[in-house]
Every structure is written in structure tokens, then in C-alpha cells.
Design a protein around this ligand. Sequence first.
Ligand code: SF4
Ligand code: FES
Length: 246
Amino acid sequence: MNFTLKIWRQENAKVKGRFEKYQVTGISADCSFLEMLDILNNQLINKLAKPVCFDHDCREGICGSCGLYINGHPHGPDTAVTTCQLHMRKFRDGDTIVVEPWRAKPFPIIKDLVVDRSAFDKIIQAGGYISVNTGGVPDANSIPIPRHNAETSMDAAACIGCGACVAACKNASAMLFVAAKVSQFAVLPQGKIEAKERVLKMVAKMDELGFGNCTNTGACEAECPKQISLSHIARLNREFLTAKIS
Ligand code: SF4
Ligand code: FES
């Protein structure tokens, strides 16, 4: 397959960026999107040109580092996959593909397609953990947890912190991410002990870092590669209000 790529190039956050056009030819339909970018970078390096910087690590949908805005969609046109799991067969031969970094104020561009997502780490540091002593594995196994709660917690824990929800949202809201991180503990007995403190601190940090408000457009859920449900945002709101008035 042959493609024309329009890729965002930017030296750093202080200078203006621009789109640059590249041609890639003879790409296998089974190639992943990142492998296609590797091929492009090999071509650029062979011509002594600067390769395109993009973030990646696991290349199997786990680490959340490979977020790219592709043809107007975070992680591209496929559903429930990360950029590293996106295959070139999802495009048509001869297509022009536009590749951009996440566009959100709290995620400043480091270089080309790489953004600084450390704002998410700061939200987690504010309260996204359990610090009480929960004992060893046998203790955890002896605490009865309703199946529905265990499954809800596991579903929320599927969030990989990729930031697609923020990139998809016109307000750059991080509510789906924070909701997933609050939910995964809020429904478990071990997480309930610090629930009030956790939700208040995480929401305060989210606001402080400049993420926008949720206006219920649902773009985050639609673009989330792990299909985190909006129902977690409803739980976050309940947890927050309960913590505020109690
Ligand atoms: S909620 Fe979904 S889109 Fe947002 S960070 Fe988590 S996995 Fe990524
Ligand atoms: S490289 Fe880890 S999720 Fe894509």
C-alpha cells in the first residue's frame, strides 16, 4: 500500500509547528501504524533528515504512551484500539493520512508528536492509590467482595492513562481518566477508607493543572481505547458530592 502522510513537526513547545508531507510506499496491510512510522523514519535517517519523534513502549495496548491524533481521531479510525494496535489495512491504498499530537493545554508538546503527559502522573500522586495496610494476598482473598463491584473495579482499572479522552474532548477535560482512577478503588472495601480524601485531592489537582470541565458530550467514551464507561463519571460526581457535604 502507498500513503501520503501529513505529519506535525515541531522542534519544541516554544516554536511554531507545521505540517510536512511524506510519501511511504510498499507498506504491508498487516503493518501496524507505528511500524509504518518506523519505515518512514528509516527512510528519513538514510537521507540524513531528522526522524519524526513519537512516543511508544509496549506496542501491545498496555502502556498508554503511543497516543497520536490520526485523521481527526485519537488513536485513529478503528475502535477500542491504541495507535500501536492500529493496522494499515484500516486505511485505503493511496490515502492521505494526517498525523498530529494530542492537542490540549495540560499536555504541552515536547517534540513533533510527543507530548508531556506528566499532568496525569501528578493527578495520581495527589490520591490515586491506597496507602492503608491491606495485608497480604491471603487477607485480600478472605474479604468478600460482591461480583458486580469486583467487575466494576476491574473495568475501571483497564484505563491505561493514554490521554485520548482529554484529546477527544473540546474542553480538554480529564474527567474520564480521573473517574476511572477514582472508581477502581471506590467500589472496593480497601479503597473506601481513603475515598473522601482521594476524590477531593484528585479533582482539585485536575482543576489546578488546567483540565476543562465535563459537558457530557461523550467524546471521551467514544474514543477511549479501553472503552471506559461514562458511568464512571457519574460515580466520580457522586463520590465528590458525598465527600464535599459529609
Ligand atoms: S479513560 Fe480511556 S482514553 Fe482516558 S486515559 Fe484512560 S484509557 Fe485513555
Ligand atoms: S505503545 Fe504501549 S499502548 Fe501503544
